[in-house]
Design a protein around this ligand. Structure first.
Ligand code: TRP
Ligand code: SF4
Length: 400
């Protein structure tokens, strides 16, 4: 019923590094060419954990946008915006909160984990508990079908789906729904109406998921329907409610294969990160200082790549012949570690060169970024307002 829209966001809590690039951004860049994409800076989400020190958020927001552009997010393909500039997210969050059972939020695995992990911050707040609900609003407000996220976010997407289902169940009823739906079926024309009824029965009686997909595809193509009839027919396929909000799916990004310099997860707070726009000299120094297989004390000691974080970088950055050169050279002490690291340095520098180039105009003239985002905010806001109109109406709030 709605285009295959992709929505994803990131929290502006620090500078972006190569772990983010290989873990998420590369995936965004692939998707932007294939589907309508909305990518946003989740500044309100940053506040849930940084409410006592919001000063970093503004700078982190603009830096992150430059990083996205540098990485290759293309503002002529994707919509880039800032969450707090589309206040409809907050309105939907509030309205959804009315019918969200507390238990759903308390059960989200990241909730208790984070409270324990970030024990130095007081996270026993209303905002933090509501984090996944705000995230649900971020996505549902665009009726997105896919959300590219990492594994850790899957429970959040699951909860979003429950929220959408509950919303449709509670507010998608309308008096005489069955009759209105049947009238809408007639408007499909007799051939398609017959097919619709067959597919609906196949799904409802036999749980035939293919029939459901086929019927949805047919509705998407049926130009003769008004928006409201379309919502009815989508809902009628599955039951007796209108579909106002759409259940999105998680599109898993493979966990980043690029670890930090010390082999742990790359993270600024571990001091093991390479920034997305790290200066060339500093890339060289950082890689030269990387720990290697501890067994290679002397140049003549043989090593084992499996015990060396440099090898993990080769797996991301090097072609097969180079990888073989590493394997053989390391195990026979035929190459030294400094030598082994050079192709990694070269590859990272080469990967980052176009990023530095793309970033330069935005650094020279920050108003360019402001303008891109102003456009994006406006585009996003229009879409959000359309959904909110339907949401308010469904909840009986459209009186003037
Ligand atoms: N929670 C996400 C994270 O920590 C960020 C986020 C906020 C997000 N809203 C979103 C991701 C909506 C996808 C869709 O990474
Ligand atoms: Fe690591 Fe390469 Fe040294 Fe082997 S030769 S220990 S893979 S840096």
């Amino acid at each position: 019923m709605y285009p295959d829209r992709v929505v994803s966001g990131m929290r502006p809590t620090g500078s972006m590094h190569l772990g983010h690039y290989h873990g998420a951004l590369k995936n965004w860049i692939t998707m932007q060419a294939e589907q309508p994409c909305l990518f946003f800076v989740a500044d309100w989400h940053a506040l849930t954990t940084h409410y006592d020190d919001p000063s970093i958020i503004e700078k982190a927001t603009w830096d992150m946008l430059v990083d996205w552009l540098a990485a290759g997010i293309d503002p002529t393909q994707a919509t880039l915006f800032i969450q707090s500039r589309v206040p409809e997210h907050a309105e939907l969050h509030l309205l959804l909160s009315m019918a969200t059972p507390l238990g759903w939020l308390e059960r989200v695995p990241t909730y208790k984990d984070q409270i324990e992990n970030l024990a130095n911050r007081d996270l026993a707040t209303y905002g933090f508990l509501g984090y996944p609900l705000l995230q649900a609003a971020d996505v549902l407000i665009y009726r997105a079908s896919e959300v590219p996220v990492g594994e850790d976010q899957v429970p959040h997407i699951e909860m979003m789906r429950e929220i959408a289902r509950r919303f449709n169940h509670l507010y998608g009823k309308e008096p005489g729904f069955e009759q209105k739906a049947q009238e809408a079926v007639k408007k499909l024309g007799s051939k398609r109406a017959k097919l619709y009824n067959e597919l609906r029965t196949a799904y409802q009686q036999d749980g035939d998921d293919d029939a459901l997909d086929q019927a949805r595809a047919m509705l998407e193509e049926a130009g003769s329907l008004s928006m409201i009839d379309r919502e009815r027919l989508f809902g009628y396929l599955e039951g007796s409610r209108k579909l106002i909000l759409v259940e999105p799916e998680a599109k898993l990004t493979a966990a980043s294969r690029l670890p930090g310099l010390d082999g742990r997860k790359m993270s600024k707070s571990y001091g093991n990160a390479i920034a997305l726009r790290e200066p060339k000299e500093s890339v060289t120094t950082k890689i030269r200082k990387m720990p290697t297989d501890p067994a290679r004390v002397r140049r003549t000691d043989a090593g084992e790549p499996a015990r060396c974080p440099v090898w993990q970088f080769h797996q991301v950055y090097s072609d097969a012949p180079t990888q073989e050169w590493v394997q053989k050279g390391c195990r026979s002490a035929g190459i030294g570690c400094i030598e082994c690291k050079q192709p990694v340095i070269d590859a990272i520098v080469a990967e980052q060169e176009p990023m530095h180039e793309r970033a330069q105009p935005y650094l020279d003239d920050p108003s360019l970024v402001r303008a891109i985002v102003a456009d994006g905010n406006e585009t996003a806001r229009k879409l959000a307002q359309e959904t909110m109109r339907d949401v308010r109406e469904a909840m009986g709030l459209s009186y003037t």
